[in-house]
Design a protein. Structure first.
Length: 317
């Protein structure tokens, strides 16, 4: 079977930004050890010190962009763990995981000692970490058809960690950062913004140290920036709708329309500048309507310096 080897993470093809962010969390030994101990009944709990990341990445010619996400070795043991992150259900997973297992075995087996009777083959555990919203319903093994009497073994079975069974509250209460990132990943997939600030605040209350905070902050920066910006825009709309005096209804409608335009632009261009531009345009419209800077700041959250800069650019236009 023809294959292509990726010796370092830099050589690896780029995946979905959110999947890449999940991968980043799994590359933290402490976070990974806590999560694996929660999900898998090891004879002895694994520690961060036991984990060794294997940098060799493989991908077959038929699955060019489907290399495994994380591969670790448990030190002092002949145990390797392949972790494949899935945000969508893939019904070819029994085949894919067996292909990963075989390719991994081909690379790590001692081809000289394997001819000895006493040789012990390394153990390879394949785990599918599924963070989608539907229940995982793909097969977890390739079965041998029942054509031989008393021979009903299943082969090539992999472990599925299906996080859709956990509620947000359950994940928040769990120790470690992987569960917290899974919550944020859910919000991102569903584009839920109405309570994202409250959820993030609640998550940070449960984090135990600066390392955990840094992991969650990195995920937010890499994956949730646009969603949070849109949440801030929606907060402006709420403030406008609750306002009882001052601006006329036409101005309120203009502000709301500009916010929505900014959000659409941000989604269309796939970055946060559209949302930021929407907020700036709100401020410009309010300046045109002769609103004072205090009122503009109240609704947009922009600094006085930013508002003054917009005013200056408006005057020179």
């Amino acid at each position: 079977m023809e294959q292509k080897m990726y010796k370092t993470k830099e050589d690896k093809p780029k995946g979905n930004v959110h999947d890449t962010a999940i991968r980043g969390v799994l590359m933290n030994k402490t976070a990974l050890a806590i999560f694996l101990n929660q999900e898998i009944n090891f004879k002895e709990k694994i520690t961060p010190q036991e984990i060794e990341y294997i940098n060799t990445r493989f991908v077959t010619s038929k699955q060019k962009d489907r290399e495994s996400d994380v591969i670790i070795k448990l030190k002092e043991h002949k145990v390797f763990i392949i972790i494949e992150h899935q945000s969508l259900i893939d019904y070819s997973m029994p085949y894919r995981t067996e292909e990963y297992t075989f390719e991994m075995l081909r690379q790590i087996v001692d081809k000289e000692k394997m001819h000895n009777k006493s040789y012990e083959y390394p153990s390879i555990i394949t785990i599918v970490l599924y963070t989608g919203t539907r229940r995982w319903n793909a097969k977890r093994s390739i079965e041998i058809k029942d054509c031989i009497k008393d021979f009903k073994n299943k082969i090539w079975k992999h472990i599925v960690i299906d996080t859709s069974y956990y509620s947000d509250d359950e994940l928040i209460k769990r120790e470690g950062t992987v569960s917290k990132v899974i919550i944020l990943d859910r919000l991102n997939k569903r584009k839920i913004i109405y309570n994202i600030n409250e959820i993030i605040t609640e998550i940070f209350k449960t984090l135990k140290n600066e390392e955990e905070k840094e992991i969650v902050e990195n995920y937010i920066r890499s994956s949730l920036t646009e969603l949070i910006k849109n949440a801030q825009l929606d907060e402006i709309i709420k403030k406008i709708n609750k306002n009882e005096g001052g601006e006329n209804s036409m101005l309120r409608q203009t502000i709301i329309e500009m916010i929505e335009d900014g959000k659409k632009e941000g989604r269309r261009e796939g970055r946060i500048e559209g949302s930021e531009s929407g907020i700036s345009q709100v401020a410009i419209n309010m300046l045109k309507e002769k609103c004072d800077k205090k009122t503009i700041q109240k609704y947009t959250g922009l600094s006085y310096a930013k508002i003054a800069k917009l005013e200056k650019s408006l005057q020179s236009a």
